[in-house]
Design a protein around this ligand. Structure first.
Ligand SMILES: Nc1ncnc2c1ncn2[C@@H]1O[C@H](COP(=O)(O)OP(=O)(O)OP(=O)(O)O)[C@@H](O)[C@H]1O
Ligand SMILES: [Mg+2]
Length: 260
């Protein structure tokens, strides 16, 4: 069975895209087949996979906005391989912003992504959804589709701001469109020499003890470099701490899902 994980936080720059790519690679190293879906009109995940959404014949936008399209052809063409064998991507492009605005007028739009992805359930063990930094229609659609939402939280002073709003949305989605949705927080960009960082991590451990991954992702400049090469950090710098931490996250994700 395919497990669908949404990676979401309406706060920008907290490592959603980095986590999608690196966790995806970690799961592939564990022998899993993984599809990443770029759901952000900035298309950073697409770029990090070495692709340019603006020049691709098909992206996720064509599938979401399909009324006049030869869908089977788009479906065949819209999945791309990445530098890592077994890690595929359904890319995005800038048109996603206008498609998102049109989604609100579509009845039951929350279920659209789930319907689109259903045809790939047999091909992948995991589908990872890289959400945009907002709580709009695309994020609601992703939360409706996923079994679990992984929330990267940057270890900094403002980290908790907005977290309650996101968790309220998760409750709403559970109530209305996806009763099985679960959430787990991931502390990212942790710098143990920084007092604020340590305090924020302690607060997360206190308030979210059962819903916080034990794995903590430290600050590592290799994570800033790897997108430029089109490779996940696990390929680009396989022995670095960041690579090891994302491997440990992949293991924790698998254990958690087995226990569910
Ligand atoms: N652990 C880390 N150490 C150092 N830099 C990191 C780390 N994780 C992510 N970064 C860098 O921080 C920046 C933001 O990360 P990323 O793009 O993954 O965040 P995001 O939440 O997807 O952002 P957006 O909200 O814009 O989609 C990037 O330049 C990325 O390379
Ligand atoms: Mg991103």
């Amino acid at each position: 069975m395919t497990t669908i994980l949404a990676i979401s936080n309406q706060k920008g720059g907290v490592a959603k895209t980095t986590t999608c790519m690196s966790l995806g690679a970690g799961l592939v190293e564990r022998g899993k087949r993984v599809l990443m879906v770029d759901l952000d009109s900035q298309a950073n995940l697409t770029l990090a996979a070495g692709l340019d959404g603006e020049t691709l014949p098909w992206t996720v936008v064509d599938l979401l906005d399909a009324p006049d399209l030869d869908l089977p052809e788009a479906e065949r063409g819209a999945i791309y391989a990445t530098a890592m064998d077994g890690l595929d991507i359904l890319p995005a492009d800038v048109r996603l912003a206008s498609v998102e605005r049109a989604l609100y007028d579509r009845r039951n739009y929350e279920y659209l992504l789930g319907e689109i992805l259903r045809k790939w359930h047999d091909s992948y063990d995991y589908i990872l959804l890289d959400c945009p930094p907002s709580l709009g229609a695309v994020t609601l659609m992703a939360l409706t589709t996923a079994q679990m939402v992984l929330v990267p939280v940057q270890c900094e002073f403002y980290a908790a701001r907005g977290l309650n709003r996101l968790l309220d949305i998760v409750s709403e989605v559970k109530k209305h469109t996806n009763p099985h949705l679960d959430y787990h927080l991931l502390a990212t960009m942790y710098d143990r020499r920084n007092n604020i960082c340590r305090t924020v991590l302690e607060q997360l451990q206190t308030h979210f003890s059962g819903a916080l991954f034990e794995t903590v992702i430290g600050v590592d400049t290799r994570l800033r470099e790897s997108p430029v090469t089109g490779e996940p950090v696990l390929l680009y710098a396989p022995r670095t701490r960041a690579a090891q931490q994302y491997r440990s996250l992949a293991e924790e994700v698998e254990t958690l899902l087995e226990e569910r």
